[in-house]
Write a protein of this length. Structure first.
Length: 284
């Protein structure tokens, strides 16, 4: 239970940290790049099986690592921007409701049995989206506050789908090694983008950005590590819905108490429906 609580707490902390980046004027690119230095390093350090580089390059999942790594850092940027523009609560709802995408694709790609409960959960998720973004009698009109969570929903869902496909078809007990390689690819992408901006004179390195990135990387890896440890004690069908609903609920409370993100009754209804959708999809 302690591992499950830790992964919920740390996953929520990611949203909070990104929200604080705006207040502390932290450069997202520098911090996120440093985050992947930490996450990738910790990943390889805790992988408890001997391996060689040839083992990685010959793995069935190796070609997909580059695509997933690129998606990882892209989605992480969306996490940052959405947390800063739309708020912690809405960002958490968008990210965790993305289970709709792999759930829907599961019928077609993974031979998942058809379930009316799961289909109902997908329908409820779409309704939850509407109520979560409804504000003062109308939809949120701030373009960034609306479009960023939508892109995050699509990006996170696609990431989850790619991970599910890779795990289902290609991974045999090497999930931590796979994730460490994905973090490594994301690091290379971030470093390349940062180098380009430095060469073009569009950014300057600051110590506070790398300190923030180290903290983010520690929290990011910790969330993933404790997720894996939780999977050793809980069935996935129980653990994932508890984790996702926990993150959504805790993020909504964090947004309210730490950042004064006041939500209407309609928005709270949307969050409640999102939790119901997550549970329905998991149960179904």
């Amino acid at each position: 239970m302690l591992y499950l609580f830790a992964t919920i707490l740390l996953a929520t902390a990611i949203f909070i940290i990104f929200r604080l980046f705006k207040q502390l004027e932290i450069d997202n690119l520098q911090a996120i790049t440093m985050n992947y230095v930490v996450a990738s390093s910790f990943g390889f350090l805790v992988y408890d099986k001997p391996f060689q580089l040839s083992q990685i390059s010959e793995a069935a999942w190796f070609p997909l690592v580059f695509l997933i790594g690129l998606m990882f850092i892209g989605v992480f940027f969306l996490f940052a921007l959405s947390s800063q523009k739309a708020g912690v609560a809405i960002t958490a709802v968008s990210a965790k409701m993305s289970v709709v995408i792999p759930a829907a694709a599961g019928f077609l790609l993974f031979g998942d049995a058809f379930s009316w409960i799961k289909v109902s959960g997908i329908a409820v998720a779409l309704t939850a989206f509407y109520f979560t973004f409804k504000k003062n009698g109308s939809m949120i009109t701030d373009y960034a506050a609306l479009i960023l969570p939508v892109f995050l929903f699509l990006g996170t869902g696609t990431n989850d789908l790619l991970m599910k496909y890779t795990e289902f078809h290609m991974v045999h007990g090497d999930l931590m090694l796979l994730l460490s390689c994905i973090f490594g690819v994301a690091l290379i992408v971030g470093f390349s983008a940062l180098s380009f901006k430095l060469i073009m004179g569009r950014t300057k390195l600051k110590a506070k950005n790398f300190i923030a990135g180290f903290l983010l990387g520690f929290v990011n890896f910790g969330s993933t590590y404790f997720l894996f440890r939780s999977m050793e004690y809980f069935d996935s069908s129980l653990m994932f819905p508890i984790r996702n609903t926990g993150v959504v609920s805790l993020s909504a409370l964090a947004g309210l108490f730490f950042f004064k993100e006041y939500l209407s009754r309609t928005n709270w209804l949307g969050i409640a429906l999102a939790i119901l959708a997550i549970l329905s999809i998991a149960i179904g």
